[in-house]
Design a protein around this ligand. Structure first.
Ligand SMILES: [Cu+2]
Ligand SMILES: [Zn+2]
Length: 189
């Protein structure tokens, strides 16, 4: 009987942590149209990001995790700077880098499609300062140009063209408790 309870407990605990170590978000372009999804999964070496996107210009695009869960178009400046809890310089090739939110460039094919798996090395999803859900969360931002891996603060990657909020709150269920004047611009629904 004691063994049964122990097994039951382990089962319950593992169910619980599953919910916190995997999350899929929707990505939106500057017009507010959904262009695909990003699925986050915690792995021993970091958080894996599986991307399925459409409608991008063919070629390479910079992509980063930014510090605030706020994708307000059309410029997505609301997402803030790159997620950088360790106070490093920008760029995967920078000697004093990289931001925790820095990711390798993604490539859209001739039809504008992206199917890619990239890794946020050293990041987590559970509690801790390196958690992508730390505080209110973060956001995933795609840029117009490719990231050169060394220039500050964002690798010369140009305008922000797509964004998705990585938050513990579902977008639909938040009743916008923050500054109401910021929610009058073209939010979803
Ligand atoms: Cu960025
Ligand atoms: Zn960066």
């Amino acid at each position: 009987m004691r063994l049964f309870i122990l097994i039951l407990l382990i089962f319950l605990v593992s169910c619980q942590s599953d919910e916190e170590t995997a999350k899929t978000i929707d990505m939106y372009n500057t017009s507010g149209d959904m262009i695909g999804t990003a699925a986050f999964t915690e792995r021993p070496e970091g958080v894996q990001v599986e991307l399925k996107l459409e409608g991008l210009a063919p070629g390479f695009h910079g992509i980063h995790l930014h510090e605030l869960p706020a994708c307000e178009g059309p410029d997505f400046k609301s997402a803030g700077n790159h997620f950088n809890p360790e106070g490093k310089e920008h760029g995967l090739m920078h000697p004093d880098g990289a931001h925790l939110g820095d990711l390798p460039n993604i490539e859209a094919d001739g039809g504008g499609l992206v199917e890619a798996e990239i890794m946020l090395a050293g990041a987590t999803m559970l509690d801790g300062k390196n958690s992508i859900l730390e505080g209110e969360g973060t956001s995933l931002v795609i840029h117009e140009e490719q990231d050169d891996g060394v220039s500050q603060p964002s690798g010369n990657s140009g305008a922000r063209i797509a964004c998705g909020e990585v938050s513990t709150e579902e977008r639909e269920s938040t009743s916008s408790p923050s500054d109401p004047t910021q929610f009058n611009e073209d939010q979803e629904e």
